[in-house]
Design a binder for this molecule. Structure first.
Ligand code: NAP
Length: 341
């Protein structure tokens, strides 16, 4: 296996091209898989991931209301802290208190202390906002995050699930006031859901923001185990929780081509889905999810899958977004502006 490492945005931090997702650690909610008593399985998943060269692990305070962070903290206990880049997030509601939600200075400062305690560490490498908070001014959020960086509790900050205008506004505020800026965007992006390419991919290229892809198998659908007629294996998350939303017809057409490509490169369909993402220039790291060791091992091997130009072109054609404004207008604006190479 040959894991590669990529710079996170414009920072000097190298992170593995696969990041371990921990939403399945815990026992609550739709992602319930590993269960309350799952420390042994969590330990195994973490150990196998680190052995495969992963140095980047993503969690969030909201995953099983802190249990994911706790299980991860225990799985990492006794390992050198400087071998793992730990990312977590805050924004979701943690309890019924009126202020236990959002991106106010109050909630951020409380949340970071709770995450540090649960992870059993004195710093978080990447602290991410888990979405936009329309109530709190971005200045307040960014000043609180900047204070955490200056205090050494947080090393870098990142954003998740933002519209392009929100992320650009935040980058502008950081620049104007000399505050820590969002170095990464954690976003949904798959071969079956390429919406990110409309506005956010051009933005992250222009601003040198790293991209961490979430739900890279579209919640399991891109593993190829679901049928066009709607039948699916028992117990699969996507069968009971149909998320993220996708254009099913286009997705199943895409899976058909992925199957052909998978047999050409001697890989699984899931590996082709992950490898396609790893071939996209905007992507820094792909956050893999797994509920079993077998799934994890399958996904880890995606780093060995190389797709040639013809395979990428076929995958691109079948999965393309409709050509909507402003894309067709922007393409015209490039006409004749650059000298011939
Ligand atoms: N920032 C955000 O808002 C956000 C949102 C979601 C996720 N995330 C992050 O992204 C990570 C990954 O998300 P995700 O779990 O939704 O990823 P995903 O890869 O889209 O879905 C993972 C699920 O697909 C199935 N699966 C995984 N590998 C498989 C394989 N090789 N073959 C067959 N089935 C397989 C498993 O469920 P079944 O066996 O039940 O089908 C597994 O739980 C999370 O852990 C979290 O860190 C972030």
């Amino acid at each position: 296996m040959s894991m590669k490492y990529r710079l996170l945005g414009r920072t000097g931090l190298l992170v593995s091209e696969l990041c371990l997702g921990t939403m399945t650690f815990g026992g609550e909610g739709f992602w319930q898989v590993i269960g309350m008593q799952g420390q042994d399985l969590v330990n195994d998943i973490v150990a196998r991931s680190l052995d495969a060269g992963i140095n980047f692990i993503d969690t969030a305070n909201i995953y099983s209301f802190g249990l994911s962070e706790e299980l991860l903290g225990k799985a990492l206990a006794g390992r050198p802290r400087d071998k793992v880049v730990i990312a977590t997030k805050a924004r979701g509601r943690m309890n019924e208190d009126v202020n236990a939600v959002g991106l106010s200075r109050y909630h951020i400062m409380n949340s970071v202390e709770d995450s540090l305690r649960r992870l059993n560490t004195d710093h978080i490498d990447l602290y991410q906002i888990h979405g936009y908070d329309p109530v709190t001014p971005l200045d307040e959020t960014l000043r609180a995050l900047d204070d955490l960086v200056r205090q050494g509790k947080v090393r870098y900050i990142g954003a998740s699930n933002m519209a392009a205008w929100q992320l650009m506004k935040a980058l502008g505020i950081s620049d104007k006031h000399g505050l820590a800026r969002f170095e990464s965007l954690q976003a949904y992006y798959t071969i079956a859901g390429r919406d990110l390419e409309r506005e956010l991919v051009p933005l992250v290229h222009d601003q040198q923001v790293g991209v961490m892809v979430w739900s890279p198998l579209a919640g399991g659908l891109l593993s190829g185990k679901f049928n066009r007629d709607g039948t699916s294996p028992d117990g699969s998350r996507r069968a009971s929780f149909d998320f993220p939303p996708i254009n099913k017809e286009r997705a199943f057409d895409t899976v058909d081509v992925m199957r052909e490509v998978a047999s050409e490169v001697n890989a699984t369909v899931a590996q082709v889905a992950l490898a396609w993402l790893l071939h996209q220039p905007a992507v820094t790291t792909v956050i893999i999810g797994a509920k079993t060791v077998e799934q994890l091992d399958d996904n880890l091997k995606a780093v060995t899958v190389s797709l040639n130009a013809d395979q990428l072109a076929r995958l691109d054609t079948v999965s393309q977004l409709p050509n909507e404004y402003p894309q067709w207008m922007l393409a015209r604006q490039g006409d004749g502006r650059l000298p011939e190479a």
